[in-house]
Ligand binder design. Sequence first.
Ligand SMILES: [Mn+2]
Length: 329
Amino acid sequence: MSLTTLDLLVHAPPRGEAVVWGIPLDLGKDNTGTDTGPDFLRRRGLLRMLEQTGISYRDLGNVPCPRREGLAMGDKRVKYLAPIVEVVTAVASCVREEVGQGRRVIALGGDHSISLGTISGAALSYQGELGLIYIDAHPDAMTDENSLSGNIHGMVTSALLGFGHSSLVNILQPGPKIKPERLLFIGIKDLDQGEIDFIQEHHLTAFSPLDIDLDGLRPVAAAIDQLAKRVKNIWISFDIDSVDSHFAPATPMSSAGGLTYREIDTLSKYIGKRCNVVGMDIVECMPAGEVGNKTASTAISVAAHLLGAQYGWYTHYIEQEATKQRFRE
Ligand SMILES: [Mn+2]
C-alpha cells in the first residue's frame, strides 16, 4: 500500500455543515420519472448516511417545480425553456446564498438541467473561482443550434462555458460561469459529433472509460490534483448514468460500459480527500428503474466519499463491533 492510498483511507470526520436540497425538475428531457429522485434518495438512506458519518445538515425540502402536463413546450430546439429557466434561476440564487454562508450543498435532481442553476449559483458566489468535475456518460455540451432532441439536460456544460441559447448562458448574471481549463469530464462515452468538436475546439480535459481501461486511473487522479491546485473550490456534478447499469440501473439513460463500482468508489474517495468540494449534484435518478437498492447505495456512498467521509459496509461493521464492545464494558 502506498502512502497515497493509506491517506485516502484515513477516517477524518467531515468538516462543516451541509444542506440537502431536492430539485425535482423533470422538463429537461423527453422521458419523465426523475422527479421522484430526491425523495427516493432521502428515503433509501441519504439522510441516514449524513447522520452516521457525523455530517451536520439541514434538509431544505424540495423546490416547487412545474409538471409538464398543461405546459407549453415552446421552441422545439430548447424544449420548456421558460419554465426551466425560471426554476434554475431560483435555484442559482439559493445556492449562491448557501455556498456564501459556507455550507456545502447536496442538490438532488431531477434531470441534469438543474445543474445550470446549482453551478451558476456556486460560481457567482465565488466570483467565477470555481472548478467543475462533471462525471457523466455524456458531456451535455450541445446547443440549441445542433441538438437533435432539443432537450436542455444535454446543454449544460456548453451553457456554463458561455455557448448556446442566451437564456441558458445568462442564468442570474450574464456571461459564462466556468472557465474551460477548470472543467474536467470523467466517464463520458456517448457523444454526438457536435460534442466531440466542442471538446476539441475548447481543449477540454476529458476521460472516457476507454481512457481508464488503457491507462488506469493515474492520469485522472493527476488531472484532479491539477484542478485542485488551480482552483480552490470545486463543484461535482454526478450523473448516475456515468456508472455501468449493473451497479446503478435506476437512470433513464442507463447503459452498460460505464464506470465500474470500483472506479466510481475510488474516484469519489480521491476527489473527497484531495478537493475542497463545496457542493454536488446527484442527478438523473429514476426510481422506477431501481433493482434492489443498487443505485441508491451507489449514489449515497459516492456522496459520502465526495464529502470526505468513509462510508460503506465495513464502516457499519466497525461501528456495530464498537457498540457491542461498549455494551460489554
Ligand atoms: Mn448528464
